[in-house]
Design a protein around this ligand. Structure first.
Ligand code: HH2
Length: 292
């Protein structure tokens, strides 16, 4: 399969060295915003607003991956995402456009329309054509850990050691992608918060995130509004921004650098302050020089 033209993604990085990936779900059934941006005009306007709030990547999705979600056809997914990508491109957005799909046919059309990033929650396992497509297009990609598939992934997930298991999986998928011709510097890794994990698994992955960062590729975190935040705070899905901020600030401190969120403005500000604090001169001063 051939992909889009060879592409050079725009940078758009902020001074703190982090990037925010704003979520644009063009779906009727996403867990937090399903149905809100099903019309292309609404999705395009929402995407542009997220960029104005600080997103440098827009992640466009046409299929929900929430627990229990039913798969949709490539044709249906394309009908949802293509007008949105085309609209964002013709609006001249400076953000990098990411396609959230595990189907190569959908990714190929999205890349041809101007996307330069493939966010594949199956980490190139869902479609045998995907690795070749990503390699040939020169797009960036995110490889995410998921245990099982969305329909069944939350049925009693178990791990020997969740961080060791996710780390081994991500290292194996990184090697697979590189063997398939994807440039190492194009690849990001994601522990897949909420994908075949209990709340405790999610928390342990966040607490020990530095162990995944040690693989040596940028780590993406997608904790935004997810169920484990509701379980801790008792908050409904639309009211989990404080929990989302806490997890993203913690993940930044542990070394994550890409943050996939719905609530871009507050997360951007929280990360900007965190980054300014931990990258300031005093943060790296040695004890001897600071005791005088
Ligand atoms: N989470 C969701 C979807 N895609 N991609 C990455 N890389 N990491 C994530 O954690 C991740 C993801 C689920 O969130 P959302 O898109 O809001 O919901 P839905 O899948 O129901 O559309």
């Amino acid at each position: 399969m051939t992909g889009g033209a060879h592409v050079a993604p725009r940078e758009g990085r902020t001074t703190g060295g982090f990037r925010i990936m704003g979520v644009v779900n063009v779906t009727p059934d996403s867990f937090s915003d399903g149905g809100r941006y099903s019309e292309p005009e609404a999705a395009i306007a929402h995407g542009l607003e997220l960029v104005a709030q600080g997103a440098s990547i827009l992640d466009i999705g046409g299929e929900s991956t929430r627990p229990g979600a039913e798969p949709v056809s490539a044709a249906q997914e394309l009908r949802r995402i293509l007008p949105v990508i085309e609209g964002l491109v013709s609006a001249g957005t400076l953000a990098q456009i990411s396609i959230d799909t595990s189907k190569a046919a959908v990714a190929a059309a999205a890349l041809a329309a101007g996307a330069t990033f493939v966010n594949d929650v199956t980490a190139l396992r869902g479609d045998p054509e995907m690795a070749g497509l990503v390699a040939g297009s020169g797009a960036d990609c995110c490889l995410m850990h998921m245990r099982g598939e969305p329909r069944t992934m939350q049925l009693d997930p178990r791990y020997a050691d969740v961080v060791d298991d996710v780390k081994a999986f991500l290292a194996e998928r990184l090697a697979f992608a590189i063997d398939g011709g994807v440039a190492r510097e194009r690849i990001m890794l994601d522990p897949g918060i909420g994908f075949g994990k209990t709340g405790e698994h999610n928390l342990e992955l966040l607490a020990r995130l530095d162990e995944l960062v040690a693989i040596g590729r940028p780590v993406v975190i997608g904790s935004s509004r997810k169920g484990f935040l509701g379980a801790i705070t008792g908050r409904a899905v639309d009211d989990r921004v404080a929990g989302t901020i806490a997890t993203n600030v913690l993940a930044y401190e542990r070394g994550a650098r890409v943050f996939r969120v719905h609530d871009v403005a507050p997360v951007h500000d929280a990360l900007a302050v965190t980054a300014a604090t931990v990258t300031a001169p005093w943060a790296t001063r040695t004890p001897t020089s600071s005791t005088r």
